[in-house]
Design a protein around this ligand. Structure first.
Ligand SMILES: O=C(O)[C@@H](CO)OP(=O)(O)O
Length: 287
């Protein structure tokens, strides 16, 4: 089943609020009602460009990343999507990405929440290392396990490391273990409860939501939304600066979208060949 046209859905929502004599029509349309969730991985960052493990390091967008986020905003606007509430991480590459999208859609005023739970996965002792040099030193297979296994985290950092969050004032209100790193599993264990507690109520209230976040925090979120298995999620890479549109039914289950790239049921906006090439590019950072 594919999504209904957007204006049909809008009619459905208002119809369900009006007269009892259109209740049967409203009941039908209620089943087609949907909630739009826009996910955007940040545009290319300077450390993506330098091919370094980034995690919670707060690097900016590269010049190409700045262009990607403007284009992402234009695509959201061209698709007729008008989010009414926004979420992002505590990291400037995602914050700037959100701002770029909101600027292009003339929605800079949108209520926005920044949450560390939407941060990139912390890459432990790999943060700051060149990805290809790490392959040369530890082997491709080991690095792939650190990058894409579900529950095997990279080596930890302790509080003596500048990469430990206890040394960053933006996390002063949080307690992190002495030895810190994250796998996709532990990333999911903070992304999913945050989504359920803070974002689901907005969707249920009828608001369309935009989230600008990161490759691995979004992998965790789509794993949850699409119920993707641990083996399959290992193969999933999310391209930079490319809006990924989920339409959710009234139970907030994804409605499969035409043109979606499996295993996702959301669809990417933009040139599909270019998007597939970008996905390959993320995969090939550690050849
Ligand atoms: O370095 C990182 O933080 C992430 C995203 O850029 O990399 P990877 O795709 O290797 O998980």
């Amino acid at each position: 089943m594919f999504a209904f046209a957007r204006n049909t859905i809008t009619l459905g929502r208002s119809a369900s609020r009006v007269a009892p004599n259109v209740r049967s029509l409203a009941a039908f349309q209620q089943t087609a009602d949907k909630h739009t969730l826009v996910l955007v991985r940040h545009g290319e960052s300077t450390w993506n460009l330098e091919n370094k493990f980034t995690g919670w390091y707060d690097c900016p967008l590269s010049p190409k990343g700045e262009e990607e986020v403007v284009e992402a905003g234009r695509q959201i606007k061209a698709a007729g999507i008008v989010p009414s509430v926004a979420f992002t991480s505590m990291q400037k590459r995602a914050i700037k990405t959100l701002q770029g999208c909101l600027e292009e859609t003339d929605l800079m005023w949108l209520p926005t929440t920044k949450a560390w739970e939407l941060n990139e996965r912390h890459y432990g002792a790999l943060q700051g290392l060149d990805k290809q040099e790490t392959v040369d030193k530890h082997g491709k297979d080991q690095v792939l396990i650190w990058r894409r296994s579900y529950d095997i985290p990279p080596p930890t950092v302790d509080k003596s490391s500048p990469h430990h969050p206890s040394n960053d004032p933006r996390y002063a209100d949080q307690d992190f273990p002495e030895e810190w790193t994250e796998s996709l599993k532990t990333t999911l264990e903070r992304v999913t409860p945050y989504y359920e507690k803070n974002i689901v109520p907005e969707l249920k209230a009828g608001k369309d939501v935009i989230i600008a976040a990161h490759g691995n925090s979004l992998r965790a979120l789509v794993k949850h939304l699409d119920d993707i298995g641990e083996d399959v999620i290992a193969e999933l890479n999310i391209p930079t600066g490319t809006p990924l549109i989920y339409e959710l039914d009234d139970d907030l289950k994804p409605i499969p979208q035409e043109g979606a790239i499996a295993p996702l049921s959301g669809r990417y906006l933009g040139d599909q060949d270019a998007i597939r090439a970008r996905i390959e590019g993320v995969k090939n950072q550690t050849k």
